[in-house]
Design a protein around this ligand. Structure first.
Ligand code: GLU
Length: 485
């Protein structure tokens, strides 16, 4: 059975890079009819950020990536689901204590009583002498009696793993292929900290084993730690999972994606009005592609197609223009009724009362124009309230004030007497013919009409807007424009 997991630390909002990791772990599990777990790695209590667990789970709910086991959000409440829990590491301390005893008894781990001062001094010396930094093994060979005496004395301690001093550890990585590490270069990693909590390295091994994780899929930054983990698996006599280390996400300047350079948390993109289906499609392509020129994939399609053989080793570039393009395409493909539904909360956010409007017609004005739901709401606000504008804006570049006024008046007269249904299509056919008959230019008539209806330099076309505004409001706005000139 394939079992994968996403193991975030609750230290902040869900990062887009973490979402990519989680998405690949999820897709891989789904493709092989396996299970996808979510485990919370909160052993570094000092880095805990209030609300981050909720944020992580809410971001997941938005993407429609479903969690089969572990920590889940059900009806807004955080729950744990499955028979291999608890799935929050701070609730598993007894388990880690049990397993560290096993290593101590096998002499694969040892108590280290070195003070912070000693460790600082050691590091300073190593740096000064340009030596590799790392624990020097001072407590590695303390006798049982020495250890017992110090414990009796209540001296503070950590527990370290006894890393073998020779040999190599090999990772057969699903993305990076074979990677070798010299054991002698690897530190005696702390497994249990002075506060009794495990370190990430110890907890991740114990938990991945007990939770029967078959594939550990995670970010590249953990690759250097993996040999320690493999050695720990060997010490316990446990089977190692398969590993996949995903390469970094970078921006176009080849920098690691970080808050300093822009939005990095999923919630930022939710707030800006990206559609989850577009966002997931875009994220999936950061490092994976189907091997042909198809670009649009639903989550279900990704579940069928995803394959580690097609995941690249190179750092993936997060290109906001590409994301905007995806989002715009998805907006264009959506029915206007569905789009209106998706925009509702954004209108609410702006305190726009949409109750007496046909929202579907309004948002359709921006289909093919706007990149995000937020932009749709921004760009259609002129429908609800005409913005202030300068009268000079009404004058088309090849025209003058006088002509503009006359043309607007003529247009009003024409529109007052128009018969047939007031729709964009009808307006288009009758008005364009009328303009020709009058021997006028399109720009002379349509530009001032458009500005009088939108009050904007750029907007959808005047007949589209008129169709949405209705006859009465269209004529009112045009008469106001005439008065302005
Ligand atoms: N807690 C680690 C993180 O937040 C998990 C790494 C792993 O997947 O092993 O990156």
């Amino acid at each position: 059975m394939i079992r994968t997991r996403f193991a975030p630390s609750p230290t902040g909002y869900l990062h887009i890079g973490s979402l990519r990791t989680a998405l690949y772990a999820y897709l891989f599990a789904r493709k092989h009819d396996g299970k996808f777990l979510l485990r919370i790695e909160d052993t570094d209590q000092g880095r805990f950020v209030e609300g981050s667990l909720e944020n992580i789970l809410e971001s997941f709910a938005w993407t429609h990536v479903t969690i089969d086991e572990g920590v889940v959000l059900e009806n807004g409440e955080i729950k744990q689901k499955g028979d291999k829990g608890p799935y929050i590491q701070s609730e598993r301390l007894e388990i880690y204590q049990k397993y560290i005893k096993v290593l101590l008894e096998k002499n694969d781990a040892y108590h280290c009583f070195c003070s912070k001062e000693r460790l600082d001094e050691m590091r300073k010396q190593q740096e000064e002498n340009k030596l590799a930094t790392g624990y020097d093994g001072h407590c590695r060979n303390l006798t049982k009696e020495e250890v017992d005496a110090k414990l009796e004395n209540k001296e503070s301690f950590v527990i370290r793993m006894k890393m073998p001093k020779e040999g190599v550890t090999v990772i057969d990585d699903m993305v990076r292929g074979r990677v070798e590490f010299q054991n002698k270069l690897i530190d005696d990693q702390v497994l249990i900290k002075a506060d009794g909590f495990p370190t990430y390295h110890f907890a991740v091994v114990v938990d991945d084993h007990l939770m029967e994780i078959s594939h550990a899929i995670r970010a590249e930054e953990w690759l250097a730690s993996t040999p320690k983990h493999i050695v720990l698996y060997n010490m316990f006599g446990w089977e190692t999972p398969k590993f996949a280390h995903l390469s970094l996400l970078i921006n176009e300047k080849k920098q690691k994606l970080s808050k300093r350079h822009g939005d990095v948390s999923v919630i930022d993109y939710v707030k800006k009005g990206y559609l989850p289906e577009a966002f997931v499609n875009f994220i999936a392509f950061l490092g994976w592609n189907p091997g042909d020129d198809r670009e649009f994939f639903t989550l279900e399609e990704l579940e069928k197609e995803f394959d580690f053989a097609k995941v690249g080793k190179a750092a993936a570039v997060f290109n906001i223009e590409k994301l905007n393009w995806y989002n715009k395409q998805y907006i264009m493909k959506m029915s206007k009724e569905e789009l209106a539904k998706r925009c509702e909360s954004f209108f609410q956010e702006k305190s726009v009362d949409v109750s007496s409007f046909d929202l579907a017609k309004i948002v359709a004005l921006e289909q093919g124009r706007a990149n995000t739901l937020f932009e749709i709401v921004e760009n259609t606000s002129f429908i609800f309230a005409l913005p202030e504008y300068e009268s000079s804006m009404l004058v088309w570049k090849k025209s003058d004030k006088e002509t503009t006024k006359v043309n607007l008046q003529k247009t009003i007269e024409f529109l007052e007497n128009i018969t047939g249904e007031w729709t964009r299509e009808n307006l288009e056919s009758s008005m364009l013919t009328w303009i020709k008959e009058q021997g006028l230019g399109n720009g002379d008539v349509l530009w001032p009409m458009r500005v009088s209806l939108s009050g904007l330099q750029n907007s959808p076309g005047p007949l589209e807007i008129a169709g949405v505004l209705g006859k009465e409001e269209t004529l009112t706005r045009m008469r106001q424009a005439v008065d302005k000139i």
